[in-house]
Structures are given as C-alpha cells and as structure tokens.
Design a protein around this ligand. Sequence first.
Ligand code: SF4
Length: 374
Amino acid sequence: MLYTIPDYYHEFTCVAGKCEDTCCAGWQIVADEASLEKYKNETGTFAERLKESVNWEEGTFKQDKDRRCAFLNQSNLCDMYTALGEESLCRTCKLYPRHIEEFEDVREVTLSVSCPEVARILMNKKEPVHFLTYETDEEEDYEDFDPFLYSKLLDARDVMIDILQDREKKLNLRAVLILAIARDLQECIDEEDIFSMDDVFDYYQAEEGVREVKNALAEVDYYTYSRKMFQNQYQMEHLRADWESYLQKAEKLLYGNANEKIDRKRYVELQQEFHAWMAKEMPEYEIQYEQLLVYFISTYFCGAVYDGEAFAKAQMAVVSTLLIHELLMAQWMKQEKVLDINDVIDTVYRYSRELEHSDSNLNLIQELLQESNE
Ligand code: SF4
C-alpha cells in the first residue's frame, strides 16, 4: 500500500482541553461496529456510562442540548479516553483530524482544516506544500476501480498543483486556469476520450491557453458570481446553530440590499479597497489562498474516479476559497477594516466544518455547481 501525507502532517498535535473550539461538539459522531461491540462488552466501572451515553440504534454518541458529546467533560476532555485509554476511542475520534481518501492500493492521508490547530499550521505555512509517500506490505483489491482514469486524474492533479504553486502568476489566473483544465477534462471524461486529457494539460501550460484564460478572466462578473455562490450556502444543512445568522449578516455587508446598481458599485469599490488593504497589511494572503486551493484539490479532486465529476471538484476548491475570501472581507468590514491571522484561521476552520463535516453538504455543493454549469 502506498501512503501519501502533506509535508506539514507531523507538525500537528491535538491541544485537547486547550482547544478553542473542540471537535467533540456540534456534529454527530458515528462509531464503527467494532468499537460499538467493544463498548457493549465493557464490564468495568465505565460500563454503565457507556450504556447510557451511546445511541445504540443509531450507533452514535449522545449529545447534550449544546450538541456536546456525552463523553466530553466541562474541561473539554474526553471521559472515555481518561477512563479506558486511547485504544477505546472509535475510529472517527481516533482518526480526526486525519482524513483518508482510499484508491485501491493508495491511501491519501490529509489533515482537515476544520480543526483550528491544522488551520493554524496551514495558514502560517509560507513554502509550497509538498506531499511525502511511504509504502507498506498491505494489499487491497477494489472491484469496479478504473486504474486508467485514476492515473490520468493523478496527472491532472499534479499539473493543477504545479499551476497553483506557480507564484509568478497572479492567484486569480492560477485559479481560473485549473477551472479551465477541469472543465475540458470533464468533456474528455463525458465523451470517454481519456487519451485526449494529455492535450488539455499541454494546452493550458502553453502561452495560448494562458492567454485564453486571461481573456475570460476579464469578463468575470464577480458581484453576480460571488453572490450566487454565497447564497448557495443557505441550501446546506447548518451544523452550528449560529452559522445561518453569521452568513446573513455577512451577506448583507457584502452584497447589500438596496438596489442592484448601487450594491454592485459599492461591492466593486469595497473589493478594491480590501485587496489594497490585504496587499499592504497581510501580504501573505495570496500564499494562504494558494494553500487552501492546494488543500481542496489534493483532498478531493481524485475522488472523480468514483463519480466522474472532475469539474465540480475543481469548482468546489475554487468556490470554497472564494467564499472564505468573501467571509473574510465581511469580517474586515465588521471590524472597522482590520483583520489579523486569527480571523483567517477562524474563518477557514468554521467554513470547513460546515462543508467537510457533512457528507450531504459535500454532495450538495457538487450538485449546485453542476447545475450552475448547465
Ligand atoms: S479540533 Fe483539533 S485541536 Fe481541537 S480537540 Fe479536535 S483535534 Fe484537538
């Protein structure tokens, strides 16, 4: 088995009780069968607590009215961990914030930016992210796995990450280049013409393709596009009780509710002012957005081997980074036009929790993006 990890993987340590926003609250933790079996057979002093804290029908841990896990104590430490040790934890708790994508004999392990400590590491990282590999003797055979498509998606992802990390190019050009590549790859996938994918890579790495994308970029109506993508978020399930009102306040600040002509003009002026402020006061912001784009592409793009939706996955990476940017701009407006790195970390991990802690949100964003292409 081949394992890959990002180069910052070993920098992570869980700060447990000192965490600013514990991962043991706000979402439903589903325990695996083997752990449930172990909990059922526990006979020690913790057996009674296990019996009453697990929803045996659903295979989940019960929560209190604030959606805190039934094992989480007031010091934000896990009572099960304290009583029975790390080995007692279910697979979800043992793994988090590690996230594993499985591809036949490859396991891609990343760290989810929905954990504030991971977001802190990634948002402070200045160098381009590299991926490390190691091999073990384990083997696994997958039925219905298309190794040829997978190898082409891997090639595409390498090309996209190279483009995203090309700091000679402006960030919006890099983002739109990977969208153009993914859109054309999608046509190859839909037409079952996988061999033509190499031509797509060559085209967008050459001058002609870059020129075409630059021209398309000049036509983008950022106000309409950003607003539409922003409003898509209301259709998702909200994991945190305050998320919807947070979105509503940000939406009003960003896109206004007077009349479209005035709101659009104001938005364009604010964008210019915000970019100028960021370039002066937080010049590393383009690097942070690059890290986010690489994070989303490296985590999700190759999943297209299972559903064939390469374009939607690249769009999800770009739209997620755009929405984080929009939320940061709203935060900057709210704070009298000031931001710091902690605002960036907060916005990243909060957005990621809403999207990445919910399979239905991950599926829905993909569907909405597919619809927007029709
Ligand atoms: S969110 Fe991250 S740092 Fe916080 S408790 Fe969970 S794993 Fe630890």
